[in-house]
Structure formats: C-alpha cells, structure tokens
Design a protein around this ligand. Structure first.
Ligand code: SF4
Ligand code: SF4
Length: 673
C-alpha cells in the first residue's frame, strides 16, 4: 500500500467492525526483517494488518478488497497476516541490532500519516522505524524506534531525536502519546485547559501533600511543589534544539568505534543491553514462579548485569546469589522479545562466578563426588552396575551411556534401555566401570578445568571404542554431550564427531523403520511430561509421543502445559532453593492429576525422581513411570519399580543440598602460604 492516508480515511468512513488496524512503515518492516533474517514482506510499501470477527468475514473482506484496489494496494496472503499479528506483540524484536533504542510515540490525525512519515523519512533516511495502531476512527498512535547504543557517548544526545519526531507530529496537528513526567509542559495542549484544571483540583483534594506520583502530569506552573521543575526546564532546552542535538548524538554514536570494555563475554554483554525489559520472561520463568523476586527473572538478571558491566556493582556473593537461580529450562528463550539465548547465558555466568572466587557449596560437594567416584552420588563405580544383566561390547558402532542418575536412583531406566536393546538384538558398547559423570555438574558449578579434563577423557574413550552413536537415558547427559561438549571441544581444539541420541528418539526411529513393534496392549491412561533438556532444548516433542502411540492400549491425556510450553520439573533449583523444587514438583503433579491419568510418563532420571518422590509425598493418585518401562512392558520384558530407592536417594539429596548456597571460596590459610 502506498496511498496510505486515503486508504485509512476511506476505511474508517466505511465504519466496518474491525477490531484492530495496525500499520508498519517501509522502514519498520525492513528493520524487523533484518533482525529476524526472515524476508517475506515488501520493504517499499506500507503494510496494514486488520483483525475482524470471523462470522462477518466475507462482507468485511469484500469491502477491504475494494478499498485496497481503489488506493493501489494489494491483499497479502492470510498466513503472512497471521504472522504479522503474532509479531505485533514483539515490537522491539530488532532492539538487538542496536542494542539500544531511541523511542518516540505520538498520536496523529489519520489524514496526516503520510505527511508525517514522509517528513521523518526525509530527515532520518530510514533510521526511524515507525509502526502504529488506529485509536478511534480518526486517529492513529504511532510508535517510532531508532537504533542506538547506550554504551556510546552520543547516546544521551541522540535521544533528542525523540523530541524532534514529536515536534514533526505536532506540526502536523498531532501530539505526544502521553504526558507522564517528561512532557508536563505539553499537558495544557494534551488535556485542554479546563480538563487540566479539573485533574489538578481533584489531585489536590485526594492528595494534598503531593505524595502520589509527584511531578507527573501536572506542570510546575500549577504544582509549585513539583520535583520535576529542573526536568521541565531541561526538556524545554532540549526541545528548542532537538533537531541539532539529536543529529550530533547520532553522528557521535555512529563515529565512535572500538569495543566496549566489559567483564563479560561479547554475546552476553550485547544481550544485556539488548534486553527490552518487556518482562515477557517473568511469568513463565520456573524460578520466578516459585520465588517471584525480580532478580529471579531473566529481566531482573539482565538489569543486574547491566549495572555490573557498567561497574556500578561488584560481582560478590550477594550479587551472585541474585543471579544464580535458574533451572536451565529454556522457557525464557521461547518468549524472549529479542530472541536472546538466556539459559546459555546463565550457564556461562557460572564460569564468571568461578572467576570471581564464588562457588556453590552444594555443587562443591557434587564436584568432590564426581572427581573421587566419577559419579554425582559418590557411589563407587562397581556398585553402579548392579542393574546391568545383558551382554555388552567394548568396541562397536553404538554405545549406551547410563549416566549418574539413571544408573543409581533410577537404575530401572538403564536396565530397561539395555534389556530393550538386547531384546532387539542390537549390540552395544557400555563403558562399565570406566563410565564417569558427563560433567554437567562441573559445568553448572563453573569448574571449567575439571569439566575440560572430563570432556577430554570421555571423548578419548569414545574414540578408542570406535563408537559412532551414543544413546542416553538421561536428557541431562544428552544435552551436555550435544551442546557443552561440542562447544568445549571446539574451544580445546579437539574432535567431537559422534552422534548423541536419546534412547526414546532412537526407539521412535526403530518404530518408524518397522524394526520395533508391539503386540501386548497396556490398557491404561497416561499423561506425558516433556523434559526441558530433550523438549525445549532439542525439539523432541513428537518422538516420545510417537512411541506412546505405537503401544496398543495406551490412552494419552495431555496436560495443560505441553511441548514448548511444558512446565519444568524444577529439580535443578535444589542447588539454591529446596522450597522451589517442591513448588515446581507439586505444580506439575497437580496438572498431571487433573488429566485423570493413571501414570505420569517421564523420560528423564531427574524429572522421574522428582515426580516419583513428589507423588509419594503427596499420596497422589497418579504414579510416575519411565517411558522405557512402558516399552519394556509392551515387549514383555521384566521391569523393576524404583520407588523405594528413589525416596532413599532423594532424602540423601536433600541432606546434601540443604545448605547449598553461592559463597566466596575460602582458601585455607596453609594453602595461601
Ligand atoms: S532458563 Fe528457565 S529457570 Fe532459567 S531463567 Fe529461563 S525460564 Fe527461568
Ligand atoms: S529477557 Fe525477558 S525482559 Fe528481556 S527482552 Fe527477553 S523477554 Fe523481554
């Protein structure tokens, strides 16, 4: 659409029952597509998205089509319109390109849209991207963004561009979007003299001491106590030269080169400044849900990091404790407005804590266990193999990795997996006593050197055995090998070309290839919990469900939150808040109970242990079961119930973690000498 003003005027004259009319200028579309690297829309035309009631669709669409044609526009595909509508709630997607924004918001008569946008374009040459939403029948609210960088000296000056854009709108008969604290000098124009007097009279009557919202809306010419007199004067000054000041700021920002000095890595530093502070990540965050402190949410963490990078706060135990809580569930990544890899950042921060001589006391215990016994629990290697009762190889193409949790607290998982492979005549390598921890807890604790040693040892062991694919019962190990090992191997300059696969994904492939079939029906009802580390981390949502569907007699009843939106079991919170673990566990069990299913199916030793013990504690009518147990039962392979030992191990875990906290590393006096 190029003839935007006439189009909007004609459209509103029709008085169609349209719920929402949104507008994107060519610059806005261009910037948005650049940020997402998804180019589907024209970047030289206005884009108008309309939302209206489906029952009256034909009538409304016909009218829109005729108005669009009359004004030289064209109708886009519905799929694009739906994508646009979904994206409307992420107006700051491109902030990452800044990573800061200069923003401006105005209200304008619709017949002035084109004149306003043309003037902004003339002055800013596409640097100010504008989008808008119709308000009422003859006005549009326009929000403009200009990329900037608050780390550059010119940033405060560049902000004057915001005032310049407001001035352009005012010349076209528009006004600021709202008065707030910054634009009290415009309050008279905004509300009208009588209305403003009325507001002021009312404020004085209910708030004679000026306690509420001091300095907001009421100009200092009326409110003599206003604390924003200086601000108003500064704004007036900035207004008079906004165009020139803004230009100077833009030029300074563009010219200033060089890296910003930050104690953190480049990506985390950029994402810290890119955070739009929108808060989309708050309500869905597992740790914020359990303990709603702002610092628990990703937004809060970025705010703290911003202050740390700027040198305003140190990285001490108090700051570290605020930044620490995270289960690495990746829920925040799925909603992040600027698409930051938040969960990875919180993991990387663990190395930053370590650099600043901070450690988690609980993870320190686990580190000792891993280094001394090769295992989270400190169980000697020989005792960890009592579940293994099928032949294994020392060399071969496929290996099975049992992991710390699936070979101890939930050793039924390792037994099921290996018995199933044996039943299917699939030979596999098992490293038996040589199998150590994958190193997840060393990475979580920020013990980089220890983790690197383990990465090297494990990769060498894999190479010697000639394996090409390794199967896992535990998504934690699977994620560690798939992500952390690749990253660390790259950093260490060693090769890591093995395929890592979760056993359930492998079984789903066998089913798809017709190599695994079930004849014995398991007549029961189940619900399925997506583990974060194979679900959100790697997108394996369908494979476990395919396995479930292949077993005759199983009725799958889905919970309220599944797949991308699935809840985290919360177990990883054990290192800083046992009450949060309980909160998350109970919440998920309640969802499972609500389905009326008999079993809550898991495919993770961590989630499985958490739900097994929570079900027992609550006396729940739903019971935890591992997916491999269902597969084994359907193949008539004997299985064992881990419930008794789960309670024993979980109590041991509570004992180990009860005082776990991020604390300064105390170096013994002798060691200092
Ligand atoms: S990864 Fe999960 S727990 Fe961690 S900050 Fe994101 S949503 Fe919260
Ligand atoms: S981290 Fe949270 S507050 Fe920041 S941009 Fe992403 S969703 Fe918004």
């Amino acid at each position: 659409m190029t003839d935007i003003t006439n189009f909007l005027t004609s459209l509103t004259k029709e008085k169609l029952p349209i719920w929402n009319i949104s507008l994107a200028t060519p610059s806005y579309t261009a910037l948005k597509q650049k940020a997402s690297q998804h180019y589907a829309l024209p970047e030289d035309e206005y884009l108008v998205t309309m939302v209206f009631p489906r029952p009256r669709r034909t009538m409304i669409e016909n009218k829109i089509k005729s108005i669009t044609t009359k004004h030289n526009g064209k109708i886009m595909r519905e799929k694009l319109a739906i994508e646009e509508w979904d994206e409307k709630f992420y107006p700051m997607r491109f902030k990452k390109l800044g990573p800061s924004l200069v923003a401006s918001e105005v209200i304008l008569p619709i017949d002035k849209v084109a004149a306003f946008v043309n003037e902004v374009e003339r002055k800013y040459k596409g640097d100010f991207a504008i989008e808008g939403t119709m308000v009422g029948t003859d006005k549009i609210s326009l929000l403009g963004f200009m990329l900037s960088d608050e780390r550059k000296l010119g940033f405060p000056l560049a902000y004057a561009c915001s005032l310049d854009v407001i001035e352009i709108a005012e010349k076209q008969g528009g006004q600021v979007f709202t008065v707030g604290m910054y634009f009290t000098d415009r309050a008279k124009n905004f509300y009208g003299s009588d209305k403003l007097q009325e507001i002021w009279k009312y404020k004085k009557s209910i708030d004679p001491t000026g306690f509420m919202n001091p300095g907001k809306i009421i100009p200092s010419s009326l409110d003599k106590q206003s604390p924003t007199k200086m601000l108003t004067s500064a704004m007036k000054l900035a207004n008079t030269g906004s165009s020139l000041i803004g230009l100077a700021g833009r030029l300074m920002t563009k010219w200033q080169k060089g890296e910003f000095d930050s104690p953190l890595g480049e990506e985390l530093t950029d994402d810290t400044f890119a955070c739009a502070m929108c808060g989309y990540c708050r309500s869905i965050c597992t740790v914020f849900d359990a303990v709603p402190w702002e610092s628990n949410s990703p937004r809060g963490k970025y705010f703290i990091l911003n202050q740390y990078i700027k040198g305003k706060i140190p990285m001490n135990d108090e700051v570290g404790r605020a930044l620490y809580p995270c289960t690495t569930c990746k829920k925040c990544d799925t909603v992040c407005q600027v698409r930051s890899h938040n969960a990875h950042h919180w993991m990387d921060l663990r190395f930053e804590f370590s650099k600043n001589k901070l450690h988690n006391t609980g993870l320190e215990i686990i580190r000792d266990n891993v280094l001394n016994t090769g295992n989270f629990w400190g169980v000697p290697a020989k005792k960890r193999l009592k579940w293994l009762d099928v032949p294994t190889q020392t060399h071969g193409k496929i290996a099975y990795w049992s992991g710390c949790w699936a070979s101890t607290i939930m050793d039924n998982m390792a037994q099921n997996a290996t018995r199933i492979l044996n039943h299917l005549d699939i030979p596999f390598v098992h490293y038996r006593e040589k199998e150590q921890c994958c190193g997840l807890y060393l990475a979580l604790g920020g013990y980089k050197k220890d983790f690197q040693n383990l990465v090297r040892q494990n990769l060498e062991m894999f190479k010697e055995s000639g394996v090409e694919t390794i199967l896992f019962s535990c998504p934690g190990c699977y994620a560690t090998f798939n992500e952390n090992y690749q990253q660390m191997a790259l950093e260490m300059g060693i090769e890591c070309d093995i395929r890592f696969k979760h056993i359930v994904v492998y079984l789903s492939e066998l089913i798809a290839d017709g190599k695994l079939q079930f004849t014995k029906p398991l007549n029961t009802t189940i619900t399925y919990h997506d583990s974060c580390h194979i679900g959100r981390w790697f997108g394996h949502f369908d494979e476990p469900r395919n396995v479930i569907r292949a077993i005759p007699g199983l009725e799958l009843r889905e919970m309220e939150h599944i797949k991308e939106e699935g809840l985290c079991c919360g177990l990883v919170s054990a290192f800083d808040s046992l009450s949060s673990v309980a909160h998350s566990g109970v919440k998920r069990i309640e969802e499972a109970e609500y389905t009326g299913a008999e079993y809550l199916v898991t495919n993770c030793a961590g989630c499985g242990s958490q739900f097994n013990s929570t079900c027992q504690t609550l006396g729940s009518k739903v019971q935890q079961i591992d997916l491999t147990e269902l597969v084994a039962k359907a193949l008539q392979i004997p299985t064992m119930d881990p419930s008794e030992q789960v309670v024993v191990f979980m109590n041991q875990c509570i004992e180990l973690m009860k005082d776990s906290v991020l604390a300064p590393i105390i170096v013994p006096a002798e060691a200092k000498k």
